[in-house]
Structures are given as structure tokens and as C-alpha cells.
Design a binder for this molecule. Structure first.
Ligand code: LLP
Length: 422
């Protein structure tokens, strides 16, 4: 459910005509709908009603400061994976006491910054990291609330690049070592054993993997309790899929599967949703430059490219593509939708049946809110797109398009000696 709808065959973001926005701000352009973001947050919160729980938005999915502010104002916490993300949260006014810090490679500086900011907990992913957190905490004389991230060894049935809960992935600590980790952690200074965490993967479209994860962590917690280890938090990660093409479980079905085995667990439940909160709340609008016909194919060449949205080539991801102005009874054509970047992987869609388009037409790549702009780059010295947040009839530019000066900001031209042997 989202608020990108047609009114008289023109696509709107809430009450703002997308054609008008594109004319004013140029393309490619990311557009987000505040009403959709709020709705997604509300529906997910309702799915966890009655459970002592906290939603920590996995901000890696969409980290613009205004988006963080919107979720922070709704009461969300945040799941971060770097000091940069920590600083974004703090800049957006987030409550540090609702921030969890995930990731396999935290540096000393990041651990120190997180402890000084007094975040809720650090999700530790390895033995050396456990020792490092303890050492940093001792050095700065603070207590470090930690959870251990367990790898539950299951197959979430998603694309291998976004599957994290299998035993051969780099994430989490092996099930077989959980007890020894907690025993070891107990003996380390300046650590507070606050919780247990897990995250099994992303764009998961079945309930079974969540239920399996829930069952596995329930067993671990029971085992830890028997050893006298009482935790406060159970962080179940993110991963719920969205309907790019497939039909994922609803938030209510997801929470039922996840919480089923954990009903009487007695810990505060944390979830780290990313995609489900923001995916369908954003689109990428791009303009058709050329329609190119070869002997074997038709290419719709647009001004957006893989540097703006890399998901199609990176994960073979499907994103619906729709015209910004719909022509009643118009022709349809099969085409590849490609960008200007000099790579064959630069496409948004392949062999897609689409309404016929001409140069100058606008199209919208749907469900681009999650892992869209945040994964954008300046490849081919292309400016990263502007981002707009629409609320009702008002469109706020929440990030200007890069200028050429932005692109070269940190570069220097050095004078080399050169010479014949250089
Ligand atoms: N928690 C942790 C520890 C994570 O690593 C992730 C995502 C999440 C939560 C949020 O997962 P979500 O609810 O969004 O599925 N770039 C990829 C997705 C990478 C996901 C990375 N981790 C894509 O475009 O599909």
C-alpha cells in the first residue's frame, strides 16, 4: 500500500503531480511519500502491539536526515552499522537510548563513539570484537551494553547476496559456540550482557524462516537462563520482504511467525526493519532520452542509471516501471530500460512489456525507497540524484542534486615531476 496513484492518468505522489516536480527539479529524481512512510511504520507497530517491543529502523535502507527525523518523531529507534550512521541519527535528533549497532567490522573509534553516545547496545559478531569492546569500554571507563549476534544457520530463501543467516556467511557467531561466548563475556570487564540478536537475511517472502529463527533463539535463551544468564533484549533483526513482484507475508503474519515461539520469553523484543518501512514509499523518476531499435531489440535509454539504482544488476531485482503520464489505450512495447553508464549491467529492466514511450517522456521506477539512493555513487562522474519528501500538497527537497563541485570536492591535482623515465 502506498500513496503513488494516478489522478486523471497523471501519476501523483500524494497530492503532488510528479510531472510538475520533475519539471521543477530535473531528473533522475527520488521521491518519497511521508504518508506512506508513516503508514508502514504504523502497520508494523500494530503487528507488535501487546508485545514489549521497539522498532529500530535499519537506516542503511534510507538514511536521509529528514527520513530519520520522521521515524524518530514516530518513536522509532535505529539500527546502525557505522559511526557515520550514528552521527546521522544524532544529527536527526534520535534518542541514543534506542540505537543498536550491528555489523561485523566495528573499529575502536566506532565502538568508542557508540559507548560515549550511550546507545542501547552493541550487537557483537565475533570473539575478537567482544574483547575489543571490553577493552575500549575499560579505557574510557564506561559500561558497554552488548548483545551477541547469533547465526541461526538457516536458509531464508532469498538472493545469496542478501542472505545472512546461513552458517557459511560472515555474520554472527555459530550456534555451537553461543554458550562459550556468553560464559567468556561474563568474565570480561566493563561488559553488560544485555541481549541476544540475530538477523537472517533480507527480502524474505515466507514466514517459515522467521518461525525457525524464533524457535532457535527461544531454545538458546532457555539454555542461557538455565546457566543463570538473564538478558533484557532479544533483537530479531529485519528482513521482511515487500511486493516487488512476489507476495510477502503481511506484517501481522510476520509477527505471528516470529513471535509464536517467543510468546513468554519475557524479554523486550527489538526488530530492525529496513525495506518494509521504506521500500514502497519511494520511487525513482527518470526521463526517456532515446528509444533505440536494433536488429534484435528495443532499448529505452533513460537519464537514470545503475549509479542511481544498482539493485537490478546487483541482485537481479525486479522493479515495476510505470509511465508518469498514462495514455489511454496506447500501444505496448517490449524493451530493455537502460541508462547512459558504459556497462552492460546498466539496466533497470530487461525484456519488459511496457506502454510505448517517446523521447522526453517520464517513467517511474517503483519500490525504489529502500537501498536505492543510499547505494548511489558518482560512477561515470554522474551527480547523485536529488531527493524529495512529499507530504500532502507540499514537496520538500531533502537533498539537493550533487553539483560537479560536490563530485570533485576531495580531489587534488598534484604537480608531478615527470621526465623521460617517469
Ligand atoms: N539488520 C541488519 C543487521 C541488517 O544487516 C539488515 C540489512 C537489516 C536489519 C534490514 O534488513 P531489511 O529489513 O531491510 O531486509 N542492499 C540490499 C539489501 C541489503 C540488506 C543488508 N542488511 C538490497 O538492495 O536488496
Amino acid at each position: 500500500m502506498n500513496y503513488f496513484t494516478y489522478q486523471d492518468n497523471r501519476l501523483f505522489a500524494e497530492d503532488v503531480a510528479i510531472g510538475d516536480l520533475a519539471a521543477r527539479l530535473g531528473t533522475p529524481l527520488y521521491i518519497y511519500s511521508a504518508r506512506t512512510l508513516r503508514r508502514h511504520y504504523r502497520v508494523l507497530s500494530e503487528a507488535f502491539k501487546g508485545t514489549d517491543s521497539l522498532i529500530c529502523f535499519a537506516m542503511k535502507a534510507l538514511s536521509n536526515l529528514s527520513i530519520l527525523k520522521l521515524f524518530g518523531d514516530l518513536g522509532a529507534g535505529f539500527d546502525i552499522v557505522s559511526v557515520g550512521e550514528l552521527m546521522r541519527c544524532l544529527r536527526a535528533g534520535a534518542d541514543p537510548g534506542k540505537i543498536v549497532f550491528s555489523g561485523v567490522g566495528k573499529t575502536d573509534e566506532e565502538i568508542e563513539a557508540a559507548l560515549k553516545a550511550k546507545i542501547l547496545m552493541i550487537n557483537v559478531e565475533s570473539r575478537p570484537e567482544l574483547h575489543r569492546v571490553s577493552a575500549v569500554a575499560q579505557r574510557i571507563n564506561l559500561q558497554a551494553p552488548v548483545s551477541l549476534r547469533v547465526n541461526p544457520d538457516l536458509d531464508p530463501g532469498t538472493h545469496p547476496h542478501i542472505s545472512t543467516g546461513h552458517r557459511d556467511s560472515k555474520f554472527g557467531i555459530p550456534l555451537s559456540q553461543v554458550d562459550e561466548y556468553y560464559a567468556e563475556a561474563r568474565g570480561l570487564k566493563n561488559l553488560e550482557l544485555a541481549g541476544l540478536s540475530t538477523h537472517i537475511g533480507s527480502q524474505i517472502t515466507e514466514t517459515a524462516p522467521f518461525a525457525e529463527a524464533g524457535e532457535k533463539v527461544a531454545k538458546i535463551i532457555a539454555g542461557l537462563r538455565a546457566q543463570g544468564i538473564a538478558l533484557k533484549y532479544l533483537d530479531l533483526g529485519g528482513g521482511l520482504g515487500i511486493p516487488y513482484q512476489e507476495e510477502p507475508p503481511s506484517p501481522a503474519q510476520y509477527s505471528a511467525a516470529l513471535l509464536g515461539p517467543l510468546r513468554n520469553i519475557g524479554l523486550k523484543i527489538i526488530i530492525e526493519p529496513g525495506r518494509v518501512l521504506v521500500g514502497n514509499a519511494g520511487i525513482l523518476v527518470t526521463k526517456v532520452l532515446y528509444v533505440k531499435e536494433t536488429d534484435v531489440k528495443r532499448f529505452i535509454v533513460v537519464d537514470g542509471a545503475m549509479n542511481d539504482l544498482i539493485r537490478p544488476v546487483l541482485y537481479e531485482a525486479y522493479h515495476d516501471i510505470v509511465p508518469v503520464v498514462r495514455r489511454e489505450g496506447g500501444d505496448r512495447q517490449t524493451a530493455d530500460v537502460v541508462g547512459p553508464v558504459c556497462e552492460s549491467g546498466d539496466f533497470f529492466a530487461r525484456e519488459r512489456d511496457l506502454p510505448a514511450v517517446d523521447s522526453g517522456d517520464l517513467i517511474a521506477v517503483m519500490s525504489a525507497g529502500a537501498y536505492g539512493f543510499v547505494m548511489a555513487s558518482n560512477y561515470n562522474s554522474r551527480p547523485r540524484a536529488a531527493e524529495v519528501l512529499v507530504e500532502g500538497t507540499v514537496a520538500h527537497v531533502i537533498r539537493e542534486r550533487d553539483t560537479f563541485e560536490d563530485i570533485i570536492r576531495n580531489e587534488k591535482i598534484v604537480t608531478l615531476k615527470g621526465g623521460p623515465d617517469a
